[in-house]
Design a protein around this ligand. Structure first.
Ligand SMILES: [Zn+2]
Length: 167
């Protein structure tokens, strides 16, 4: 299958160490989530896609609930593709590992969900990197804004920034 989308926020800076991302999309101990415009997502070969909704357990009550996040993966090759959550329907979060287009190198990183990190994983943090035990206080779009890295979507740039994946 193949997919493509557009994003004004294409830097792969956010490393998520939560147990779901690291197990489904990150053998290095974390997954890297991007943010794109769901309205631009185009998929070919949809029949090869499966959706996984993780079971979340509340540590205090022991109650289990399904994650609202829909993790899309290729059922032929197992590649993690993207997450879509109806709570933020305009966004789609592809995994950087699924994108063929060359992505820009981030000047700094954000490490999130460190409370869920596997014990053997060493956080490779650079001097300016931010670290969070849980969710960050800054969205993917806000990170790009703070660092002046939001790219205006023009027709020419749009072609360049398109991401795609093949399997
Ligand atoms: Zn995660």
């Amino acid at each position: 299958m193949r997919f493509r989308l557009e994003s004004a926020h294409p830097y792969p800076f956010m490393r998520c160490y939560c147990s779901i991302c690291r197990k489904t999309a990150g053998s290095g101990g974390y997954g890297i989530n991007l943010a794109g415009d769901y309205g631009t997502l185009k998929v070919t070969g949809k029949k090869n896609i499966s959706v996984y909704r993780a079971l979340l357990m509340d540590e205090e009550t022991g109650r289990r609930t399904r994650s609202s996040g829909r993790r899309h993966f290729c059922k032929r090759c197992g590649s993690a593709l993207w997450l879509w959550d109806p709570s933020w329907p305009d966004l789609v979060h592809p995994h950087a590992s699924a994108i063929d287009t060359a992505l820009p190198v981030p000047p700094e990183h954000t490490h999130i969900m460190l409370a869920s990190k596997a014990s053997w994983v060493e956080v490779q943090a650079q001097r300016k990197d931010r670290k969070f035990e849980g969710y960050p206080d800054e969205s993917i779009a806000d990170w790009h804004r703070r660092l002046g890295l939001v790219t205006a979507v023009t027709p020419r740039a749009r072609r360049k920034r398109r991401g795609g994946a093949t399997s």
